[in-house]
Design a protein around this ligand. Structure first.
Ligand code: KIV
Length: 273
């Protein structure tokens, strides 16, 4: 399994490939391609139909984290700390991050926040918990940010830069840059020692991450500008479900290949087929 130093040593070399996963089969699918697999709190919106990530609980992250861990052999596994599980104090963050690591077997946690979370990131890192930071658009802060708009435009660039610097100096081993202008992503990537992982932040970052369901087109309605759809699986699934429906109604399925005879045919080893 890749380690945190394997990831940090890639800074300025090959771009890091990262995706989210929430289940064992998807983890198995992405493992050989990814440097980092993130069990993102996006799971709440993607799999549980929540309107935002605010309703995601530590228990949900543990459940999905355990499932993903069973599917990974190579990639570094990072689990998101959900809203309300780390902001109160460094001590609260440590207890919950330690639980996430012990119960899921992940190698690191991710939390959102810049300057204000630097003390917590240092506290966790000094106690053996590697932290991936997340600045720019922070979905858990959509109420204070006023929505999901691009962050760090114009005079606001200094704030995102200061956030990135502060959490890197505090020990974050990598920093997710979400939905910021390309010029700012380029500048932050050049200035901070940790690898930057972009989502809506351009190819000038040290790596990229996408939500797996977005890039596979498993949603038909949700199409943010920064997502490239590499497949349209919702459309493929809909055709398949439509065909199944028609065949059930016409009694074409199950066909001869899908039924059992009264006297089972013997397999080569004597086992029933
Ligand atoms: O929750 C998540 O999936 C994330 C990524 C999109 C970076 O935070």
């Amino acid at each position: 399994m890749l380690s945190v130093p394997d990831i940090t040593s890639q800074k300025g070399k090959r771009p890091l490939v990262c995706l989210t996963a929430y289940t064992t089969p998807v983890a198995r699918l992405v493992d050989k391609y990814c440097d980092i697999v993130l069990v993102g709190d996006s799971v709440g919106m993607v799999l549980h139909g929540l309107p935002s990530t605010l309703g995601v609980t530590l228990e949900m992250m543990i459940l999905h984290g355990k499932a993903v861990r069973r599917g990974l052999e190579r990639a570094l596994m990072v689990v998101d700390m959900p809203f309300g599980s780390y902001e109160a104090s460094p001590e609260q963050a440590f207890l919950n991050a330690a639980r996430l690591m012990a119960e899921t077997g992940c190698s690191a946690v991710k939390l959102e926040g810049g300057v204000k979370m630097a003390e917590t990131i240092a506290y966790l890192t000094e106690r053996g918990i590697p932290v991936m930071g997340h600045v720019g658009l922070m979905p858990q802060a959509f109420n204070t940010l006023g929505g999901y708009a691009v962050q760090g435009r114009g005079a606001d660039a200094g704030r995102v830069l200061a956030d990135s610097r502060a959490i890197t100096e505090a020990g974050a081993f990598a920093v997710v840059l979400e939905k910021i202008p390309q010029s700012l992503a380029k500048r932050i990537t050049a200035e901070i020692a940790a690898p930057t992982i972009g989502i809506g932040a351009s190819a000038d970052c040290d790596g990229q991450i996408l939500v797996i369901d977005d890039m596979l087109g498993l949603f038909s309605s949700f199409k943010p500008k920064f997502v490239k759809r590499y497949a349209e699986l919702a459309e493929t699934a809909e055709v398949a479900i439509g065909t199944y429906t028609e065949e059930v109604i016409k009694r074409l399925f199950p066909g001869p290949d899908h039924v059992f005879e009264d006297a089972p045919a013997s397999g080569g080893n004597g086992a029933p087929a």
